[in-house]
Design a protein around this ligand. Structure first.
Ligand code: CP
Length: 324
């Protein structure tokens, strides 16, 4: 094996590293990424061709659908002058349909590319891909109910853009805390910084797993689980509303029962105040945020939050792949 496998800390050096989990990062790693992200934003807004990734090919292979992560990675590579191999639905359109193993698929794709971005429906698959790849870095673009690290990095940046800090924050996370992988990565990320408090509100069926809850409370973060909207604080720095993940339910009757438990709309915003909060959602939304607050100045989910996705992914690609 030429490439180190396993969960490697970034430790000040992104070059060639897999991005699998927020557990790889230190606060300094995250803040240095955001410095690079500012440069990337300038490149993207200038619309002049650059050659940072000239000669590089990035494979993007998604076993689950996506609007944002797939396309923002593809756009990020192209913004930096690289090229992509794009594999949508490999169970239909690749030899995975004939029974090819994940390990063999990864070995094949790394022969044609300089990095692989993978989304998969099973937890742990990005790590498996990283173990199989001999030469190229793997980006976890969501592994089942596990993690979605590049989403958390863009979410943290969106919070940082507004509040100019990632410590001393009060956040509110609502919805599917059990299956929502963006939640799992974002709590990991926030626990790297000091004195953050997160209120967690979900239907009882969708609380954080006790395993994750117990893991997180040993870290540098205060988690407060509540059962009712009225138990949430009226002052918060961010709201992170999430979709109930229908695709993870074995029994769809349970999904139907819980799917509309917590809906954020203008009435609720007016009642709760949340004057200094930004309103975030990793998207897609399916009704849990009403369109009547889309134009509220606090709502960032269809604005900076999605644009930051491309900028942060450009910064990661540049730091990991560029020959300097
Ligand atoms: N936030 C997110 O992962 O969106 P997609 O599923 O569209 O990539």
């Amino acid at each position: 094996m030429n490439k180190d496998s396993g969960l490697k800390k970034i430790n000040g050096n992104y070059k060639g590293k897999d991005i699998l989990s927020l557990d790889q990062f230190s606060p300094k790693d995250i803040l240095s990424l955001y410095k690079k992200t500012q440069q990337m934003k300038k490149i993207a807004l200038a619309t002049k061709p650059v050659k940072n990734l000239a000669g590089k090919i990035v494979t993007i292979i998604f076993y689950e659908p996506s609007s944002r992560t797939f396309n923002s990675f593809a756009a990020a590579v192209k913004q930096l002058g690289g090229q992509t191999l794009e594999v949508h639905d490999p169970k239909t359109f690749s030899s995975v349909s004939k029974g090819e193993t994940l390990e063999d698929t990864i070995r094949v794709l790394e022969a044609y590319s300089d990095a692989i971005v993978i989304r998969h429906n099973e937890i742990g698959t990005a790590q498996k891909a990283a173990n199989a790849a001999e030469f190229v870095p793997i980006f976890n673009a969501g592994d089942g109910i596990g993690e979605h690290p590049t989403q958390a990095l863009l979410d943290l940046m969106t919070i940082y853009d507004k509040h100019r800090r990632l410590n001393n924050l009060t956040g509110i996370m609502v919805g599917d805390l059990l299956y929502g992988r963006t939640i799992h990565s974002l709590i990991r990320g926030l626990s790297l910084f000091k004195n953050n408090t997160i209120y967690l509100l979900s239907p009882k069926e969708l609380k954080l797993s006790r395993e994750e809850y117990n893991l997180f409370i040993q870290r540098n973060i205060k988690l407060i689980e509540v059962d009712r909207i009225d138990d949430l604080p009226k002052n918060a720095d961010f709201l992170y509303w999430t979709r109930v993940q229908k695709e993870r339910f074995k029994d769809l009757r349970v999904y139907e029962k819980v799917k509309n438990t917590f809906i954020l709309d203008k009435n609720l915003l007016d009642k709760m105040g949340w004057k200094n909060a930004i309103i975030m959602h990793p998207l897609p939304r399916v009704g849990e945020i009403s369109t009547d607050i889309d134009e509220d100045k606090r709502s960032v989910y269809l604005k900076s939050q999605i644009r930051n996705g491309m900028y942060v992914r450009m910064a990661l690609l540049d730091l990991i792949l560029r020959n300097k």
